[in-house]
Design a protein around this ligand. Structure first.
Ligand code: CP
Ligand code: NVA
Length: 338
């Protein structure tokens, strides 16, 4: 993000959430993601495209991960950089050493920090004290890399249209919070159908509503919510760190499963999304997850392409700017010809 810098002499860019982005910057990032994705598919052209050459990224994981870790590590490798994986527990983030000292130390060695943490305040602390970009790879509050890849998936498939109805069925937790943040930037109709008591973050909700860009509704009846929906989205009922609440959550969330009956209430062409990992038979039935309306694996794949684009934007802005200048020139030339 184009974050206003507070503690260092030179400006750095972070990606902690959507609050400091705008719609144009998101579309720019999506166009660059398309370019990066195309480059990867045509393997030969990929060779020599190393915008992260000689750059290293420290990745701190204080929670489990498959997609995020693999897509970041692979993405950094493919762009010519090097990723160092650190277990939050073993480095003792905030216990063996302070967040401030770790942020300053990693800034001496590395070019960026990617962090998956529990408390969002800790990633804000890293951002405050690091002189290198910090990327949020999920906290208890939000998961912006996921929702960026999700929105890109809809954009890439030409499903995205202004005012489209996206219904998130399930927990008002980190992934839902990031969708709400995005609704403050891009215009769509967002509905969260969650049980009472599992509401999203109030500050993010109020901030997104105050922007007046999207219609944002919170309801408690999933069937009513999905009527006329273009997209149905869900996430696990029990997030990482909430394992002690499994039994209670299984009971409370039971009516919030995305299955064929619920999907039948949406538009016939509606697509189904899930950030994964999925608990089949809980928040989503296998028939829907593996069915023709599911674009779940596309979302997961796009984590790679979108995060590569984000890394170039944050770590090699010259390269990123050059692409957009060329892109604009080519578009202008096309218009003149037409
Ligand atoms: N969706 C997602 O972030 O997956 P992981 O938890 O496996 O990284
Ligand atoms: N809400 C889930 C998302 C996993 C990608 C969790 O925090 O565990």
């Amino acid at each position: 993000m184009e974050v206003v810098q507070t503690n260092t002499a030179t400006a750095k860019r972070d990606f902690l959430g959507f609050s400091t982005l705008d719609a144009n910057k998101i579309i720019e990032l999506f166009d660059y993601s398309l370019f990066v994705k195309k480059k990867r598919k045509g393997n030969a052209a990929e060779k020599g495209f190393l915008p992260l050459r000689d750059k290293t990224v420290a990745m701190i994981f204080s929670k489990p991960s498959l997609r995020t870790r693999v897509s970041f590590e692979l993405g950094i490798h493919e762009l010519g950089g090097y990723a160092i994986n650190l277990d939050g527990q073993s480095i003792g983030l905030g216990s063996r050493e302070s967040v401030e000292d770790i942020a300053k130390l990693l800034s001496r060695y590395n070019d960026a920090i990617v962090a998956r943490l529990h408390d969002h305040a800790v990633i804000e602390g890293l951002s405050e004290h690091a002189s290198i970009p910090v990327i949020n790879a999920l906290t208890d509050l939000s998961h912006p890399c996921q929702v960026l890849a999700d929105a890109f998936t809809l954009y890439e498939k030409s499903i995205w249209k202004e005012g489209m109805k996206i219904v998130f069925v399930g927990d008002g937790n980190n992934v839902a919070n990031s969708w709400i943040e995005l609704a403050g930037l891009l215009p769509f109709h967002f509905v969260l159908a969650c049980p009472k008591g599992y509401m999203p973050n109030h500050e993010l909700l109020n901030a997104a509503r105050a922007k007046g860009i999207s219609k944002i509704e919170i309801v408690h009846d999933p069937k009513e919510a999905v009527a006329n929906a273009d997209v149905l989205y869900t996430d696990v009922w029990t997030s990482m760190g909430q394992e002690g609440e499994i039994a209670e959550r299984l009971r409370i969330f039971k009516p919030f499963q995305i299955n064929s009956a619920l999907l039948a209430e949406a538009k016939p062409e509606a697509v189904v999304m899930h950030c994964m990992p999925a608990h089949r038979g809980e928040e989503i039935s296998s028939e829907v997850m593996d069915g023709p309306q599911s674009i779940i694996l596309d979302q997961a794949e796009n984590r790679l392409h979108v995060q590569k684009a984000l890394l170039v934007k944050l770590l090699n802005h010259e390269e990123y700017r050059k692409f957009h200048l060329t892109h604009r020139l080519l578009n202008a030339a096309k218009k003149i010809k037409a």
